[in-house]
Design a binder for this molecule. Structure first.
Ligand code: TYD
Length: 140
């Protein structure tokens, strides 16, 4: 991936044939940090919905789309890319300093996120010009 501090993450995927699939995430193994928080986002039936629109100062996260699909847009100080999230066992690791938005949700979309820390309002950068300054400063 061309955006700094971002990379794909593949989870262990066990295909049990007619009995379904099993997908496994483990902290400090296929998720590259100790997981302190898990949250999910659903009820995304509004096609116009846009989530995210922020970066984090320190938080590391891995996002998965475990049902349906959406588009994850990632941006650092130099590059921007769009990732179609549609495979339940392939997610995206997003380190600090990445401006991200989530959009184009399918009606049945469910997003699952693992985070390296508890919720903290002060870790958010919600102002785009401030994000640009933070990202250009090379702070990760
Ligand atoms: P936000 O992180 O902006 O959601 P998204 O990136 O999916 O658009 O959070 C939306 C609101 O929920 C905001 O008021 C903060 C609150 N929130 C918590 O209280 N705890 C959490 O763990 C998260 C992720 C959000």
């Amino acid at each position: 991936m061309k955006v700094r501090n971002c990379r794909p993450i593949n989870l262990k995927f066990i295909n049990d044939g007619v009995d379904g699939n099993l997908v496994v995430a483990e902290g400090s193994r296929n998720i590259p940090f100790d997981i302190k928080r898990v949250y999910f986002i659903n009820n995304l039936s509004n096609k116009e919905a846009i989530r995210g629109k922020h970066a984090h100062k320190k938080l590391k996260q891995v996002l998965f789309c475990i049902n349906g699909s959406f588009v994850l847009t990632l941006e650092d100080s130099e590059n921007k890319e769009e990732v179609l999230m549609s495979k339940s066992h392939t997610g995206v690791y997003m380190g600090p300093g990445v401006w991200h938005t989530m959009s184009a949700f399918s009606p049945n979309c469910v997003i699952l996120v693992f985070a390296s820390d508890h919720y903290g309002k002060s870790d958010y950068i919600r102002d785009y010009p401030k994000f640009r300054m933070f990202a250009k400063g090379g702070q990760r």
